[in-house]
Design a protein around this ligand. Sequence first.
Ligand SMILES: NC(=O)C1=CN([C@@H]2O[C@H](COP(=O)(O)OP(=O)(O)OC[C@H]3O[C@@H](n4cnc5c(N)ncnc54)[C@H](O)[C@@H]3O)[C@@H](O)[C@H]2O)C=CC1
Ligand SMILES: O=C([O-])CC(=O)C(=O)O
Length: 325
Amino acid sequence: MAGARGSVVRSLRLVGQHVHKQHSREMSSSVGPQRKVTILGAAGGIGQPLGLLMKLNPLVTHLSLYDIAGTPGVAADISHCNTPAEVSGFAGDEDLGKALEGSDVVIIPAGVPRKPGMTRDDLFKINAGIVKTLCTAISQHCPEAIVNMISNPVNSTVPIAAEVFKKAGTYDPRKLFGVTTLDVVRARTFYAAKKGLNVRDVDVPVVGGHAGITILPLFSQATPYKPVEGDELEALTKRTQDGGTEVVQAKAGKGSATLSMAYAGAVFAEACLKGLNGEKGIVECTYVQSSVIPELPFFASKIRAYKFLDGGAEHNIHVGPKVIS
Ligand SMILES: NC(=O)C1=CN([C@@H]2O[C@H](COP(=O)(O)OP(=O)(O)OC[C@H]3O[C@@H](n4cnc5c(N)ncnc54)[C@H](O)[C@@H]3O)[C@@H](O)[C@H]2O)C=CC1
Ligand SMILES: O=C([O-])CC(=O)C(=O)O
């Protein structure tokens, strides 16, 4: 009886997926360039809201949701939103290739998050292995894709991804990005609140890396500009650097930033999609291979995303008071 019920449920699910795909294809047929975005770690705290935000993004025509455990449910859920992107869900090692095939942008929030008392480096052992496996699959199934690395420690997972791609012969430094957008999002929020500015108008570049004192918000380059000095500068800088820890402590053992990270990840992925589509003037801070400081092969800086497919991201680096292009 239970077996029969199981097979009916499976059949209904297959019919549902088929109908949904048909419907989505019809809806998306009138949209511009076809863009497939894949999220690896899509069932997690970041992956779920990020999947939702990407489903709402009109630049996405196909959203592929993969997790080592349990995404078909998340995919089925998100697929009911009446926006054009077609949604497919994949779970388990055997489906990873199918999830990645044809991706334009791959976002990686797969891995373990911090608990109170841990540093991001404490995640290295587990997350390095996860990132290595996933990047090996990317090099096999969608070597041209732009990769947005969210998994921590970003300062290490990005260089690991670069080594995996080099070994596979698919490395393009213009297409591998550590997502540091959450640092920018926080710096904007805290600066706007302190200076009584409309946060929608505010920008604050953040350079360096994505851990503790490597996070360097440049309030001297904030727009609109209001001087931040002395104790105020120290306090704003520290709050931005410790933003992740503030959330980890507030969640008290239930993980790290997920909702603000999903928002930040969606902002950065959209910039990549716009760059792919040839839109000019798209600039974001991100952790990339860099020659600005010879001792630091990777460094977060301002990058102009323009026509990744034809020439990759142009590096446009702000360190100190001047813009070095
Ligand atoms: N770059 C940044 O600014 C931020 C980075 N993070 C990092 O993002 C990562 C994820 O955080 P959460 O979503 O909160 O964690 P989570 O534990 O809620 O979700 C992680 C998901 O990854 C999946 N996963 C694990 N191994 C996998 C594999 N081999 N393939 C596919 N999926 C796999 C898990 O099944 C889980 O669903 C953590 O490393 C965290 O430190 C978090 C916040 C900000
Ligand atoms: O702090 C963490 O572990 C997660 C993270 O990277 C952030 O929120 O910036």
